[in-house]
Design a protein around this ligand. Structure first.
Ligand code: ATP
Ligand code: MG
Length: 197
């Protein structure tokens, strides 16, 4: 599961756990992006802060792991490149890439989408505000073979986003129960997300 994780929140964790259950995954690897090609740098906590918050959030779950591949790679974080690395490490594994309903609709515009589908199957998780019912509309862009490699997943709805968490911090509102306690404490201790938008 890739993401900016700026910061990680319960929406990410619930989605990962639901995917693990539904698809009988042995483990879920969280991959914080280094230099996300689609996101503005303003308001982006450093890769090391995002990595450590993700570490704190996943630590209690024995099936959750964390990867530094995108953080350590120079240049933009391309999912296609990351999936190729995992596939080449072990091509006997069935790799899945977990993504929310918002991201799946952008996938055709990502770097080398053909490689994303070549090295992994996709799990498209429902997310409040984005309807998976429009998924069929992607067939024209992606073709039937790739569409068959997209699996839908209903997740208990959590209308939480990292943007919401950051906005609440800026407005002096509580983020308790939106992110794990350890993440809340890490943000306070390091005075993250207090500056301009
Ligand atoms: P931002 O608001 O900064 O864009 P975000 O909450 O969308 O942050 P990302 O790091 O961009 O978080 O998301 C990583 C992945 O997790 C994406 O595939 C996204 O669709 C998915 N995701 C994030 N929040 C949820 C949620 N509440 N329910 C389901 N999927 C989610
Ligand atoms: Mg997002």
């Amino acid at each position: 599961m890739g993401g900016t994780f700026n910061p990680i929140h319960y929406g990410h964790l619930v989605t990962a756990e639901a995917a693990r259950d539904a698809f009988h995954l042995d483990r879920v690897i969280f991959i914080p992006s280094g230099h996300p090609p689609h996101k503005a740098e303003a308001g982006l906590a450093s890769a090391e802060h995002r990595y450590l918050m993700t570490f704190l959030a996943i630590a209690p779950n024995v099936h959750f792991e964390l990867s530094r591949v995108e953080i350590e790679r120079q240049g933009p974080s391309y999912t296609s490149e990351t999936l190729r690395l995992f596939y080449e490490q072990d091509d006997s594994v069935d790799w899945f890439f977990i993504t929310g309903a918002d991201a799946i609709f952008e996938i055709a515009s990502w770097h080398y989408p053909e490689n994303i589908f070549r090295y992994a199957e996709l799990i498209a998780a429902s997310r409040p505000g984005y309807s998976l019912s429009r998924l069929q509309a992607l067939t024209e862009q992606l073709g039937d073979d790739r569409m068959r490699r997209i699996h839908q997943l209903e997740v208990p709805a959590l209308a939480i986003s990292s943007s919401l968490v950051r906005d609440r911090i800026q407005s002096g509102l509580s983020i308790k129960y939106l992110v794990p306690d350890a993440v809340e404490q890490y943000i306070a201790k390091n005075v993250l997300y207090q500056g301009g938008p």
